[in-house]
Design a protein around this ligand. Structure first.
Ligand code: OSB
Ligand code: MG
Length: 370
C-alpha cells in the first residue's frame, strides 16, 4: 500500500460534563487527529492519551513528539504492504503505545479504504451490531451518580460502569443496588486506587454481585491482583496493567484476572488488540472494549474491533450524545436500537469527518511528506 502524506491536527473538544475518575478530572479532550493519505484515499486515527500522565505515562505532547521524531518518518520511508507491518516496524520502540496506535489506526483505516472494505471486515469481525455500556464518573454525591445512572438506564445502555475511589465506593454501590436491584448489569472501575491493605473494602464490594471489578490495584501490578482474585468471587478485569499480548498471557497464567479490557491505544494499536483478543479467546477469557472518551474517530475504531467474536461483554463505547454537544464525525455515533450500535459496512471506519467542526476546534495543523 502507498502512504504519501501524513497530517496531524491538534483539537480541543469540550465534554458536555466534566468526567472524574480516581486519577483526576477531564473537562475536554485534547487530542491529535491523524490523516494518512495514499492512492486517493484518506485514513483517520486519533490519539487517546489524557492531557496529564495520571492514567498512563503518555500525554498529547509526548505523543506529538514521538510521532514527529520517530513514527511518522518510519511510516513514510519504509515499505508497508499491510497495517501489521506498521506494528512490526514500531516493535523496537519501547512503550509509547498511544503514539503508535494513533498512526497505526490511520493506516488500518487507509488500508481498508484502499481495499474497498469496512475496517471491521479488514480485522476479521463478523458481528453487525454491538451491545454497549456507559462509564459514569465520580460526582459530588452518591445521589448525583444515582441520578446520572437513572438517565443512562432509561436510554437503554446494556452495562453500567461506575468509577470508584476510597471513600466513594461501598455507599455508592449499595445505593445503586437498592435503587436498581440485583439484575442491573453493574461494575466498578477503581483505576488503581486501592492496595491489598484495603482488603476489607474489596471484600465488601465482593458482596454486590458486580459483573467485575476493574483494575482495583496498582497500574503496573499483576502479582497482587492474583492474590486478590483468589479471595474474591467477583471477576477482576485488568485495564492499566495490560499493554500487550505478552502482558495478557502472563496475567492469565498467574490468575490475575478473569476478564480483560482491551483499549486499542493502551496496547499500541489494532494489530496488538487483535492478538490479545485471539489469545483471550483461546483461554476462554472474555474481553470488552474500553474507552478513553474518544471522539467519533476513535470510537469508530472501537466499534470495528468490537465486531470480533470474543468481545462478549458490552464495552464503554457510548453514543456521541454521552460526550459532546457536537462530534467530529458524520453521522454522529447514534444507537441503532437502545444500547446497540451498528457496525458500519461502508469502506474503512464508515464515518466521515465533519470538517466544519474540526476546523472550529483545531489549534494546530502539521503536514509531513518524504
Ligand atoms: O479507566 O476506563 C478507564 C476514561 C479515561 C481514562 C480511563 C478510563 C476512562 C473511562 C471512560 O472509563 C470510558 C469512555 O466512555 O470512553
Ligand atoms: Mg478502566
Amino acid at each position: 500500500m502507498k502512504i504519501e502524506k501524513i497530517e496531524v491536527r491538534r483539537l480541543h473538544l469540550p465534554l458536555k460534563n466534566p468526567f472524574e475518575a480516581s486519577f483526576g478530572v477531564l473537562a475536554k479532550r485534547d487530542f491529535l487527529l491523524i490523516s494518512a493519505h495514499g492512492e486517493g484515499e484518506t485514513g483517520y486515527g486519533e490519539s487517546v492519551a489524557m492531557p496529564f500522565p495520571f492514567y498512563n505515562e503518555e500525554t498529547t505532547d509526548t505523543i506529538h513528539y514521538m510521532l514527529e521524531t520517530f513514527m511518522i518518518p518510519m511510516v513514510l520511508t519504509n515499505k508497508i504492504e499491510a497495517p501489521e507491518d506498521v506494528s512490526r516496524l514500531f516493535e523496537p520502540i519501547r512503550r509509547n503505545n498511544m503514539a503508535k496506535s494513533a498512526i497505526e489506526g490511520a493506516v488500518w483505516d487507509l488500508y481498508a479504504k484502499q481495499k474497498g472494505i469496512s475496517l471491521a471486515q479488514a480485522l476479521g469481525g463478523k458481528r453487525k451490531e454491538i451491545d454497549v455500556g456507559v462509564s459514569v464518573g465520580i460526582e459530588p454525591s452518591v445521589e448525583d451518580v444515582v441520578k446520572k445512572v437513572e438517565g443512562f438506564v432509561a436510554e437503554g445502555y446494556k452495562k453500567i460502569k461506575v468509577k470508584i475511589k476510597p471513600g466513594f465506593d461501598i455507599a455508592l454501590i449499595d445505593a445503586l443496588r437498592k435503587r436498581f436491584g440485583d439484575s442491573l448489569p453493574l461494575m466498578a472501575d477503581a483505576n488503581s486506587a486501592y492496595t491489598l491493605d484495603q482488603m476489607d473494602v474489596l471484600k465488601k464490594l465482593d458482596q454486590y454481585n458486580l459483573i467485575m471489578i476493574e483494575q482495583p490495584l496498582a497500574h503496573d501490578d499483576i502479582v497482587d491482583h492474583a492474590v486478590l482474585q483468589k479471595q474474591l468471587k467477583t471477576p477482576i478485569c485488568l485495564d492499566e496493567s495490560i499493554h500487550s499480548a505478552e502482558d495478557a498471557r502472563r496475567a492469565i497464567e498467574l490468575g490475575s484476572c478473569k476478564i480483560i479490557n482491551i483499549k486499542i491505544g493502551r496496547v499500541g494499536g489494532l494489530t496488538e488488540s487483535k492478538k490479545i483478543h485471539d489469545l483471550c479467546e483461546a483461554h476462554q477469557v472474555p474481553v470488552w472494549c474500553g474507552g478513553m472518551m474518544e471522539s467519533g474517530v476513535g470510537r469508530a475504531h472501537n466499534i470495528a474491533i468490537t465486531s470480533l467474536s470474543n468481545f462478549t461483554i458490552p464495552g464503554d463505547t457510548s453514543a456521541s450524545s454521552r460526550y459532546w454537544a457536537e462530534d467530529i464525525v458524520v453521522p454522529e455515533v447514534n444507537f441503532l436500537k437502545p444500547g446497540i450500535l451498528g457496525v458500519p459496512e461502508g469502506p474503512g471506519i464508515g464515518y466521515d469527518i465533519n470538517w466544519r467542526v474540526v476546523h472550529a476546534l483545531q489549534v494546530e495543523e502539521k503536514s509531513y511528506t518524504m
